[in-house]
Design a protein around this ligand. Sequence first.
Ligand SMILES: Nc1nc2c(c(=O)[nH]1)N[C@H]1C(S)=C(S)[C@@H](COP(=O)(O)O)O[C@H]1N2
Ligand SMILES: [Mo]
Length: 413
Amino acid sequence: MTHHQSDARTQALSRRALLRTMGIAGITLASSSAWADQSIRLPLAGEPRERPMTHEFPQKRDMILQRTRPPLLETPMEVFDRGVFTPNDRFYVRWHWAVIPTSVDASTFRLTVRGHVNQVLSLSIDDLLKMPRVELAAVNQCSGNSRGFFAPRVPGAQWAHGAMGNARWTGVRLKDVLDRAGVKSGGIQVRFKGLDEPVVPEAPDIKKSLDIDHARDGEVMIAFAMNGEQLPLLNGFPLRLIVPGWYSTYWVKMLSDIEVLDRPDDNYWMATAYTIPDTPHANVTPGQTGVKMVPISRMTPRSFITNIADGASLPSGASAEIRGIAFGGDTGVAKVEYSVDDGKTWQPATLGEDHGKYSFRRWQTNLPPLATGRHSLMARCTNLAGDVQPAEPNWNNSGFMRDVIEPVHITTT
Ligand SMILES: Nc1nc2c(c(=O)[nH]1)N[C@H]1C(S)=C(S)[C@@H](COP(=O)(O)O)O[C@H]1N2
Ligand SMILES: [Mo]
């Protein structure tokens, strides 16, 4: 099947199921006393490395608690070991403002399309459900995923590798919605905003923009379903933007407002926040000044070993399976290789099923028997454009775009 074809499961997504009001009113988003007493140790660059686990957020099971208000919940690595799609109730959560809507009534919800268009639209979920549907698998990754490995440390959430997830998204093409409104000539960008509002009125509303050609490429999607179910509230119920291959800062949640602009968007969230050095891998030296900054955009290839934790010990002489996930960034995975000798030599791993170029891809291999001692296991992904993960970590003062080969250190005894 092509990644645009719906499968039987999502065909079955009923109108009723999608229009169900998502309400968590009455459940406090974060009752501080209610953490599970469990904690998890993350292999971060600096202390503290312990994080509490929580199961107290609506529609979420055990998650790593990075911050309570706004909710920042991380997916533990073991979840990525279980399957190529990240379950909705283990999918990471990130919001900027502490106050987010705790319920949305899908039957009265409207998506506005306005600005440089022939006709202003106010679309109900029902209107969208009547339009042609598309589906694709895509990785949603925060720009700051893995920030906690930056050395020297940078401010911001100290994520390990779990500010990412892969899902099958179902919705309508943004292009079809824009065509319905009729973009006037001179429309050059499209700006997106969700229902969340800043806590203080002077703070800038979160708005993100895409160039008009990108917005109309037929891949950018307004999604109403994730892995065959309505979106969890914390992941943007009832609608979110999907920008395949791009960092999730553009994947606006609770999408309620689309504005076609006839001038470049210079709002804070485009011009100041989420910019990166215009250098390979957004890499600079700490303290370096005078670097040209550009908005973050495409993702780069990454890969992870998911079944062996850093610091694990394995029996020597026995052969062990290693496996994991990889993604190509803004194109597909061409190959995943592994190394057991600190990256001196590399062998190809076996790739799992291809769910489309924006999806996670599973990989696995059997290690040769290793001598007693310490070893570092590595995986590296090359994408279809020939881009390969670097051996040296990048650094920038926002902690964005980490994509280095991530070794897992083990001891064989
Ligand atoms: N409305 C809204 N959309 C948003 C954000 C937000 O704060 N508000 N944060 C963005 C960022 S930076 C990330 S990483 C993703 C997180 O998506 P998730 O919570 O579904 O994993 O949402 C994006 N969309
Ligand atoms: Mo993000």
